[in-house]
Ligand binder design. Structure first.
Ligand code: FAD
Length: 410
């Protein structure tokens, strides 16, 4: 017999939380629905924060997923600027920072991730910026003045996107990266080389193999000092050295957490009434037969849809091919699949033409594709990877042959 679900509470009003609201109402859940967000803005998308919002081309209103009217119309109790501070799992109750307590039948945690913070001397000085929220972006935007010296610690997606935006706005930009190449954890070395070249051509200083040891300044950060003694004067400093899953409130419920809130493929935590989705979750992937934590719009969007259905007792395993994107200048990097565990890597096309792809295989099966300014390869890859495609390597290496036509003879 179906259990009556009188109240669903969602903690976190980001990409995943907003999508879960949408799916629950669309799927006919008509009972009490509460969305709690510690940000005071209506739920909004984050990708433009390092791109068009930062450059001033996009206003806050355009970041919003839905306007206020949508939440009113769909009877969603929005609690903005309010934090869920504690979960009493046995009583199925959430305590909020405003003193309120809400009982739930199902609870969905969409608490996202927090920027990893620097702990070197000087990291508490004013002017050490991180980028996660619209407020952070607005603060950084005020420093993006023509001629301003911008130092970015970390050459990952976010650091490089900020670098591109800052450079386009006429700033003098330096990126300090500890590894021997940018985006080293997420793309092939040829892709790193390509993007380093693009940034240098635009006039950005990319310095790899360098370790930041302290920030200096009187009251406010003025320069960054590296282990080799080099100093980088900064009118604006932004740190982008990764993010960590936000598991604070999950831990208060005694939920199992390990690099994120541990969930199964049905988005269920170790408590049967509590689910998790998005950047905060560490989920079991049937496709990869391992635990995965992803930080991407697609993952937050699709996993929260699955979580919504599972909360309504309509079982749906979350088992999709992940994908990601990054925009830097006029370059679009599109990634389909996860490359970890590959035993072969192959390049399609020539980076010199500014359009190429890297294909990863395992035991002859296509695992992942990184497509640079080549959306056709990326589109084909998403479908082919899902179908566990086994390409013919000669055809695959021939950029004149479409990826979708690179299969072996049957
Ligand atoms: P979030 O969007 O982080 O939302 C979590 C929300 O929960 C936050 O509002 C947080 O304040 C709130 N919260 C946390 N704890 C509590 C609590 N206890 N009580 C109440 N509220 C709480 N992805 C891409 O795929 N492509 C891109 O180009 C891209 N660019 C990005 C650029 C930037 C600058 C950033 C920051 C991220 C980017 N991402 C990109 C990643 C993408 O935005 C995230 O993967 C996505 O937002 C994750 O959604 P989420 O709902 O899981 O978490």
């Amino acid at each position: 017999m179906a259990v009556m679900i009188a109240t669903i509470v969602i903690v976190g009003g980001g990409q995943a939380g907003a999508q879960a609201v949408d799916t629950l109402r669309r799927e006919g859940f008509t009972q009490r629905l509460v969305l709690i967000s510690d940000e005071s803005v209506l739920p909004y998308q984050r990708p433009p924060l390092s791109k068009k919002f930062l450059s001033g081309e996009m206003a806050v209103e355009r970041l919003l997923f839905r306007h206020r009217g949508f939440y009113d119309e769909h009877a969603v109790e929005l609690k903005l600027g309010v934090r869920a501070t504690h979960i009493e799992a046995a009583a199925r109750r959430v305590r909020l920072s405003n003193g309120e307590e809400i009982d739930y039948d199902r609870l969905l945690l969409c608490t996202g991730a927090l920027p990893r913070r620097m702990s070197c001397p000087g990291s508490n000085l004013a002017g050490v910026n991180y980028l996660r929220t619209v407020e952070d972006a607005a603060a950084i935007a005020t420093g993006l003045q023509p001629g301003a010296r911008v130092v970015i610690v970390g050459g990952g997606y976010i650091g490089l996107e900020i670098a591109a935006t800052a450079r386009e706005m006429g700033c003098a930009v330096a990126v300090l990266e500890m590894a021997d190449r940018v985006m080293n954890r997420v793309v092939a070395s040829r892709v790193s080389e390509y993007f380093e070249h693009e940034h240098r051509t635009q006039g950005v200083k990319i310095i790899c193999n360098t370790r930041v040891v302290r920030f200096e300044g009187t009251g406010r950060v003025e320069r960054v000092v590296c282990a080799d003694g080099s100093m980088h004067p900064a009118d604006l400093l932004v740190v982008g050295v990764g993010a960590i899953a936000n598991t604070q409130v999950a831990a208060s419920a005694g939920l199992k957490c390990d690099n994120g809130i541990v969930v199964d493929e049905f988005c269920r935590t170790s408590d049967p009434a509590i689910f998790a989705a998005g950047d905060c979750s560490n989920f079991f992937s049937p496709r990869y037969q391992s635990r995965v934590r992803l930080e991407s719009v697609d993952n937050a969007f699709e996993q929260s849809k699955a979580a919504a259905l599972n909360m309504l007792d309509r079982p749906m395993a979350y088992d999709r091919v992940p994908w990601f994107w990054s925009d830097q200048y006029d370059n679009k990097l599109l990634i389909a699949g996860l490359s970890s565990g590959h035993d072969q890597q192959l390049t399609r096309g020539d980076p010199a033409t500014r359009s190429f792809s890297i294909c990863y295989l395992k035991g002859g099966e296509l695992l992942a594709v990184e497509a640079i300014n080549h959306s056709k390869d990326y589109m084909a890859a998403r479908k082919l990877i899902a179908e566990r495609f086994r390409p013919d390597l000669d055809k695959l290496a021939n950029f004149q042959i479409a990826l979708k036509d690179s299969g072996g003879e049957r």
